[in-house]
Design a protein around this ligand. Structure first.
Ligand SMILES: [Zn+2]
Length: 272
């Protein structure tokens, strides 16, 4: 089994949310619940205020550096459309996409439209026009999908999608590869709540169970979604969890690939 780690860019700045959505009040409530329930330290709490005043809600640069040092390919999903608490501009997105291109990252779309073929096609074309990237994949924001979404994404021309959450091997829909993923940072650490509800030890135990399950089911690729937003000392459990996970996978001789590398492997030997 190999691991495919990918990162969704949900936020770039704090101010992009001002008067646009309800993310800021939710964020405030969450950090106070986490402090009062003892899940975050006073240091994390203070650092969160400091991010707020620095207007910095992304950690892309730091995450690419960490991935590079550890020889893991960086794969990002970046949005060019707004919705469900995602409110950054295309100008901000493109600045980061330029950096990602220079640092050899794989770049896909973080999708918003998931219901109408017309809107899905429009989002695909917009991403292509803005980024000039020829072949790319997608993951839907909040992994939203209907029974038709995956077929519609294949129709639009995506090379791969990684929206499905399931313990399944990658499979093809038309010319598109669907890469179901198994591990999402938020689902582990928040554990079905809207705030951090597990400590690092519990998060590690639950993660190991999922990795073992992927092994038992003989999955060729373990899909992991980690948000750059949490690669920060302001979210110490998340940061420590990600660094531990990379180390755990390395110790267990699991190699890292991106989607493109996995597709090349799958198409060379379909029985992987
Ligand atoms: Zn998202």
């Amino acid at each position: 089994m190999k691991a495919i780690i990918s990162h969704d860019i949900d936020h770039i700045t704090v101010w992009e949310h001002l008067f646009k959505d309800t993310i800021l009040p939710k964020y405030m409530t969450r950090m106070h619940i986490e402090l009062l329930s003892g899940k975050i330290s006073l240091r994390e709490y203070t650092l969160r205020w400091s991010d707020f005043f620095k207007n910095k809600w992304q950690n892309v640069d730091e995450l690419i550096t960490f991935n590079n040092i550890n020889n893991l390919p960086s794969s990002f999903f970046v949005a060019v459309n707004k919705g469900v608490g995602l409110n950054y501009t295309n100008t901000s997105a493109l600045l980061w996409i330029e950096q990602m291109k220079h640092r050899n990252c794989e770049i896909g779309l973080h999708g918003i439209d998931f219901e109408s073929q017309g809107l899905i096609d429009r989002e695909y074309n917009l991403f292509h026009e803005l980024t000039k990237i020829e072949t790319f994949g997608i993951r839907m924001h909040y992994v939203r999908n209907t029974g038709q979404t995956f077929q519609q994404l294949a129709n639009a021309g995506y090379t791969y999608d990684s929206t499905e959450h399931a313990f399944k091997k990658p499979y093809k829909i038309g010319n598109m590869w669907e890469f179901p993923f198994q591990i999402m940072d938020g689902w582990i650490i928040e554990n079905y709540k809207k705030w951090q509800s597990l400590d690092l030890k519990q998060a590690k135990e639950n993660t190991i169970k999922l990795i073992d399950k992927a092994h038992e089911q003989d999955l060729p690729y373990l899909g992991i979604d980690f948000h750059d937003r949490y690669f920060s000392h302001a979210f110490k459990t998340w940061l420590d969890w990600y660094m531990w996970l990379v180390d755990y996978l390395k110790t267990n001789k699991i190699d890292f690939v991106n989607f493109k590398m996995a597709i090349d492997e799958l198409e060379k030997s379909p029985s992987v």
